[in-house]
Design a protein around this ligand. Structure first.
Ligand code: NAD
Ligand code: TYD
Length: 354
């Protein structure tokens, strides 16, 4: 395997995957295809941008002709597909953009890869289309200890999860119909460096630092299963190389947190690292109108991945949170560059509407 496209490589998870592959596999040519939406940021990849085995291509995955040309010109052997619209709150406001990027964009890549691979004498031999998806396609769990397995029926609730579910079905359909060597993984909530600060953890770290209100949706009772982003990137590496074709693997940390408890850990950690007294920022907690259709609980069973491929999370949550908070405190300039301008206006309007 030589030439690999990683889509969405300028985003949060994609940038960690690009970094891991560029550093670990000097024999691969890694082509990062990203449209650079509000969520894409080349500053996430400063440390590897001049590596000889790395190329950045600014392009929209929905642009079929460009995808066809790129895949043929670069003689692409593998695609790791992360590009997507990824924020549930935005999907509630603007579902069309999610259908376009997540469904039609994925279809455009699948069809472009099919055209090229089917034109080769070896066809699909040695090729791989790896689609990165989310546990949100499974819908919501009750507080009953059950977990999402690879057999759980799809039941998406938000426009975001509906669009991801649809894209997962297209990927599997390309295997079943054309024999394309596909893999799908469904991962739980990620956290760590370089996450766009509209998502809970970086948003709240930044707000605590600047003594801004922390908008907790509903009563803060929803549960999420959190995984350190570098552990997700490690899982993607293992699955891309050793995962079985046409399989689905769930990726998660067996690490469930009620939002309000997690928020208290964030407050305690930021306050401690900034030398504030215990409980200093608790007054910032502000309960606001709940998210429409807010899924109660997500929790992933990643036993299959552990048993088949030996992957396990490497970091305990306490260690991961400490590293993450420290990273955002040390990289205020990275945050400031994103949160100034357009995004600030967007955030203020979202917050005002609650
Ligand atoms: P992100 O929003 O941080 O980054 C998405 C990237 O995709 C950005 O760089 C953006 O510019 C790019 N992009 C968007 N539309 C594009 C288009 N039309 N053409 C080319 N590039 C485009 O997202 P993330 O949190 O890093 O998530 C990456 C993937 O992982 C997504 O597919 C998401 O569904 C999935 N996922 C995310 C999480 C999570 O907790 N963040 C968990 C499980 C799965
Ligand atoms: P988020 O980071 O948006 O991820 P997802 O919705 O994909 O799980 O949100 C994580 C949880 O935090 C989710 O239950 C919604 C909640 N939340 C808040 O309470 N306030 C906020 O400002 C945000 C962004 C999220």
């Amino acid at each position: 395997m030589k030439n690999i496209i990683i889509t969405g490589g300028a985003g949060f998870i994609g940038s960690h995957v690009v970094r891991l592959f560029v550093n670990k596999y000097p024999e691969y040519h890694i082509i990062n295809v990203d449209k650079l939406t509000y969520a894409g940021n080349l500053a996430n990849l400063k440390d590897i941008e001049n590596k000889p085995n790395y190329t950045f291509v600014k392009a929209d995955i929905c642009d079929f002709d460009t995808m066809v040309k790129l895949i043929q010109d670069e003689k692409v052997d593998g695609i790791i597909h992360l590009a997507a619209e990824s924020h549930v709150d935005r999907s509630i406001k603007d579902p069309f953009t999610f259908a376009k990027t997540n469904v039609l964009g994925t279809l455009s890549l699948l069809q472009a890869a099919r055209l090229y691979w089917e034109s080769l004498p070896e066809k699909y031999e040695g090729k791989r289309f790896y689609h990165i998806s989310t546990d949100e396609v499974y819908g919501a769990l009750e507080f009953d200890g059950t977990l999402f397995s690879e057999e759980t029926k799809y039941a998406p609730h938000s426009p975001y999860s509906a669009s991801k579910a649809s894209s997962d079905h297209f990927v599997r359909a390309f295997h079943d119909t054309y024999g394309m060597p596909t893999i799908v993984t469904n991962c739980s909530n990620n956290y760590g460096p370089y996450q766009f600060p509209e998502k809970l953890i970086p948003l709240f770290i930044n707000n605590i630092r600047h003594r801004k209100p922390l908008p907790v949706y509903g009563k803060g009772e929803n549960v999420r299963d959190w995984l350190y982003v570098i552990d997700h990137a490690r899982a993607i590496d293992v699955i891309f190389h050793k995962g079985r074709i046409a399989e689905t693997y769930n990726i998660g940390g067996f690490n469930e947190w009620k939002n309000i408890d997690l928020i208290k850990v964030l407050i305690a950690t930021v306050d401690r690292l900034l030398g504030k007294p215990e409980g200093y920022s608790l007054d910032l907690i502000t309960f606001v109108t709940d998210r429409a259709g807010h899924d109660l609980r997500y929790a992933i069973d990643s036993t299959k991945l552990k048993n088949e491929l030996g992957w396990e999370p490497s970091l305990q949550f306490e260690e991961g949170i400490e590293k993450t908070v420290q990273w955002y405190l040390d990289n205020q300039e990275w945050l400031d560059n994103i949160t100034s301008g357009e995004y600030e206006k967007y955030y203020e309007s979202m917050y005002a509407n609650r």
